[in-house]
Write a protein that binds this ligand. Structure first.
Ligand code: ARG
Length: 461
């Protein structure tokens, strides 16, 4: 039997396989709130412009409101034969209110309808994720304040480089997440144009008021080109790109938590609330949440590549390929939201082993740069020369199996006669950290100021 919504020119119905590949209701039912909001705005505009009567609009409004309640309560019966959320709701409306319901689709196509619904959905998702990112940033700032003066080894190549504070390390992620919020905000600003009124692809002959529908739905303005409006999904791609970059940050943080939790490091400990056991090895406490964030972010970047691949070969305007735009966006949103929640939980939960981090912060000749800097500052040696002298002293200490501070003044003077006892004052971890007062450096005062500045900025976010 032919489709009730568009089957006028069809004698027969679709095969079971046709229905299965064609139907999107299984996933696009997630758009129901946006679809109803879009239809309410459209109907109000049709009435205001005299395209439908005020009576029809009142009935449509009543009907759609009740359908929303049915869906909310789980009483709505979704039909695969009706393909998608748009036709499911429209068919139900006609079933409930008759003639008036059949007028709703005047001056509209599913093409501008779905483009509008999807923009609204992504906009809502951005708002939800933005609040989560802000919460994670606040948690990081608080932990950073707590550990603003606690040393840890800073790494490059995962080799001990120079001492930093744990607070400074955590604040690095706050900066990254701050830019992630900026990217989401940019995406939101650019996507906030309303496709409704573009109809199938060419616009419409009805005297519609696109500014009215755009304003009702909280868009800044109507889209400017009807072909573009129904056929581009760059807003979804931009959203997935922003999420992929943010996800990459969450994944790096998670990877660091995995490393920090490992016994050879033992820099942090997660509580029972954020660890799991092994079915065979009774001693195990595994950081599964961190590992799963690392893995789930693969879904986010996978979604970006998947949707780019769907879109890249499509001629204008709408093609049914574009129906496949939603699942990757939904899946990426779920993965990102869960990952943000897990990171927030772990950051709040983790207990820093400050003694252990402090001990390792001073190992591996981590204050060698401070020694070289002393030679430059006090003896006015050129930095390259100071680097060489220090390198020889590191070699000497290494050959004896001692730290730089355990070399004698005579050992030092054999390399560079100008060295005095004062040089030992720069070889401690605390002195090294305290000296890094350059803007953005790791000195505890800097870290506290950064955390405070961010917490103020995040108020109300
Ligand atoms: N379910 C469709 C989608 O998500 C709605 C648009 C259908 N348009 C069409 N011309 N068949 O893309």
């Amino acid at each position: 039997q032919a489709n009730a919504q568009w089957g006028g020119r069809f004698a027969g119905g679709p095969s079971a396989i046709m229905q299965e590949i064609n139907a999107s209701i299984g996933f696009d039912k997630a758009l129901w709130r946006q679809d109803i909001a879009g239809s309410l705005a459209h109907a109000a505009m049709l009435a205001r412009t005299g395209i439908i009567s005020a009576q029809d609009e009142a009935e449509i409004r009543q009907g759609l409101t009740e359908i929303g309640q049915e869906i909310e309560a789980g009483r709505f019966v979704f039909s695969t034969a009706l393909e998608d959320i748009h036709m499911n709701i429209e068919a139900r409306l006609s079933e409930r209110i008759g003639e008036a319901g059949k007028r709703l689709h005047t001056a509209r196509s599913r093409n501008d309808q779905v483009a509008t619904d999807f923009r609204l959905w992504v906009r809502d998702a951005i708002d939800g994720l933005d609040a989560q990112v802000a919460a994670l940033m606040r948690a990081l700032c608080r932990r950073a304040q707590e550990h603003a003066a606690d040393p840890m080894p800073g790494f490059t190549h995962l080799q001990t480089a120079q001492p930093v504070t744990f607070g400074h390390h955590l604040m690095a992620y706050v900066e990254m997440l701050g830019r992630d919020r900026g990217r989401l905000a940019d995406t939101r600003r650019r996507l906030n144009e309303c496709p409704l009124g573009s109809a199938a692809l060419a616009g419409t002959s009805f005297p519609i008021d696109r500014r009215m529908t755009a304003a009702t739905l909280g868009f800044d303005r109507p889209t400017a080109n009807s072909l573009d409006a129904v056929s581009d999904r760059d807003f979804a791609l931009e959203y997935l790109s922003a999420l992929s970059i943010m996800g990459m940050h969450l994944s790096r943080l998670s990877e660091e938590i995995v490393i920090w939790c490992s016994a050879p490091f033992a820099f942090v400990r997660l509580s029972d609330a954020f660890t799991t056991g092994s079915s065979i090895m009774p001693q195990k406490r595994n950081p599964d949440a961190a590992e799963l964030v690392r893995a789930k972010i693969g879904r986010v970047s996978g979604a970006l590549v998947g949707l780019l691949t769907v879109m890249k070969g499509l001629p204008l305007a709408y093609a049914k390929d574009m129906q496949e735009d939603k699942e990757p966006v939904f899946a990426a949103t779920d993965a990102a939201a869960l990952s943000l929640a897990a990171c927030d939980g772990m950051v709040r939960d983790l207990a820093a082993n400050t003694d252990r981090m402090r001990a390792y912060a001073g190992s591996g000749y981590s204050t060698a740069t401070d020694l070289a800097d002393w030679l430059v500052r006090v003896l006015k040696l050129p930095f390259r020369t100071a680097h060489h002298v220090t390198g020889r002293l590191v070699g000497l200490a290494e050959s004896r199996g001692v730290d730089l501070a355990q070399l004698s003044l005579e050992d030092m003077q054999a390399e560079e006669p100008g060295i005095t006892q004062d040089i030992f004052s720069v070889l401690t971890v605390e002195a090294s950290i305290a000296s890094r007062i350059s803007e953005g450096g790791t000195a505890p005062g800097n870290v506290r100021a950064q955390a405070t500045r961010w917490l103020t900025e995040l108020e109300g976010a």
